[in-house]
Design a protein around this ligand. Structure first.
Ligand SMILES: [Zn+2]
Length: 259
């Protein structure tokens, strides 16, 4: 599939960069990316990837839009309150870029569904808000040998990691369970409904996740490997923590988790 003149015009500001070029744009247009969650992080990821020309977006969310989502979930409109987030997300993508095909999955993300979805995706962008969903997503990404781009945000704080366990050539990279073991007390973790969240925090982390996605697909730059990037928005400080693969990880140390 050759890039058309209209596409060259649309994507001119990214094609002009030699690290991306027409080959990178072609890779984006041919790529298939799963976005888990169409909330605060997912809104930003979906908008960025649609605008950049990712060829196919699989948008997974089983939630409906609530008025209290609209302070940060910027792809949804007030008149869509009460409607599924996936349908609103699809409308948003189609409005900004007809190059992108969208498949929506309005279901609770069971393990089998995730495995099925990821079987032919280049990458998973994890914008979920449930620990158990992230855990299952990590396992499915590992089994399918694709990157798991994790993002999280609550209050003034955000975090992001590119988790490459299971990806060919990245044997010593950790998975989500290496960073957050299953006995991690998810019930004690703050959630947005109780603790609050600001749009610039989800925006910033969603943008970092989008950047990692574009870099992976185009092979431009270096992935944020083996580190958890933390942003403290209250004091405007970034830091990163080195991460390592666990020897006894319940996901990535078990070969029977591989296909
Ligand atoms: Zn692991």
């Amino acid at each position: 599939m050759k890039i058309t003149d209209t596409q060259l015009h649309r994507y001119a500001r990214q094609v002009v960069m030699h690290e991306i070029d027409e080959d990178g744009q072609q890779a984006l247009l041919s790529s298939k990316v799963a976005v888990l969650g169409a909330g605060g992080l997912g809104s930003v990821v979906i908008a960025n990837l649609a605008a950049a020309g990712v060829g196919e977006l699989i948008i997974c969310d089983n939630d409906i839009i609530d008025l209290s989502n609209l302070n940060r979930q910027i792809i949804h409109r007030e008149k869509d309150v009460g409607k599924p987030k996936t349908e609103s997300a699809k409308r948003f993508v189609q409005d900004i870029n007809p190059d992108v095909s969208v498949k929506i999955i309005q279901e609770t993300m069971e393990k089998e569904i995730l495995n099925d979805i990821l079987s032919d995706c280049n990458l998973l962008v994890d914008c979920a808000d449930q620990f158990s969903t992230r855990f299952d997503a990590a396992k499915a990404a590992f089994q399918n040998g694709i990157p798991h781009i994790f993002g999280g945000a609550v209050r003034f704080d955000g975090q992001m990691a590119s988790l490459m366990a299971g990806v060919e050539g990245y044997n010593n990279s950790p998975c989500f369970a290496c960073l957050f073991p299953k006995d991690f007390d998810a019930a004690q973790a703050a959630n947005c409904a109780q603790a609050g969240i600001l749009s610039p925090i989800t925006g910033l982390i969603g943008n970092l996740q989008s950047l990692e996605t574009i870099k992976w697909v185009t092979r431009a730059g270096e992935m944020a490997l083996n580190k958890l990037i933390l942003f403290d928005g209250f004091s405007s400080n970034f830091k990163s923590i080195e991460t390592t693969k666990l020897d006894n990880c319940v996901i990535c140390s078990k070969s029977d988790n591989l296909k």
